[in-house]
Design a protein around this ligand. Structure first.
Ligand code: FE
Ligand code: FE
Ligand code: MG
Length: 166
């Protein structure tokens, strides 16, 4: 363990590690929700939606990577078993049991909105006490904001295609 690296953290390291593990659980569930959603989704604009879902899946996995790297740097143990994903998650998991594009988009938008709230809270908690984690969380949060926007934009395109006007 990097002792000096850990010693500069001016907040409770164990509770920080716990919060990072909770975020890690979210990222794995988000990864799978996108990945399996891309496999089953049906309806208009399916190809554009599949591309975006696949890209987001890859990016969620990248977030998991960033979180694990930080957990290990802090001397923590990353979640070692998938059972922990459901025990630790903040945002849960929505199975795409209704494969219609609009429903899959809605589920993932809800997930992103939860992720944005979670990371925004983590950002507040680390701002003073751990600038290194803060920087990682800021990068992830920027991706989640982009994810929400991408999905909302796809839904708007879908609405125009189906001639729904708001
Ligand atoms: Fe993510
Ligand atoms: Fe995301
Ligand atoms: Mg995107």
């Amino acid at each position: 363990m990097a002792e000096i690296g850990r010693s500069i953290v001016k907040m409770d390291v164990d509770s920080l590690i716990n919060l990072l593990n909770k975020a890690l659980a979210d990222e794995w569930l988000a990864y799978y929700q996108y990945w399996i959603g891309a496999k089953v989704v049906k309806g208009p604009m399916k190809d554009a939606v599949i591309s975006e879902l696949d890209l987001h899946a890859t990016e969620e996995l990248g977030h998991a990577q960033l979180l694990v790297t930080r957990i290990v740097q802090l001397g923590g143990t990353p979640l070692l078993t998938p059972e922990d994903w459901f025990k630790m998650t903040n945002c849960g998991y929505d199975a795409p049991t209704d494969e219609y594009v609009e429903e899959v988009l809605n589920q993932n938008i809800k997930g992103e909105q939860c992720a944005i709230k979670t990371y925004s809270h983590l950002l507040d908690l680390t701002r003073e006490g751990d600038p290194v984690t803060y920087d990682i969380i800021l990068r992830i949060l920027a991706d989640e904001v982009e994810h929400e926007e991408d999905l909302v934009a796809l839904k708007e395109d879908l609405d125009f295609m189906l001639m729904k006007r708001r």
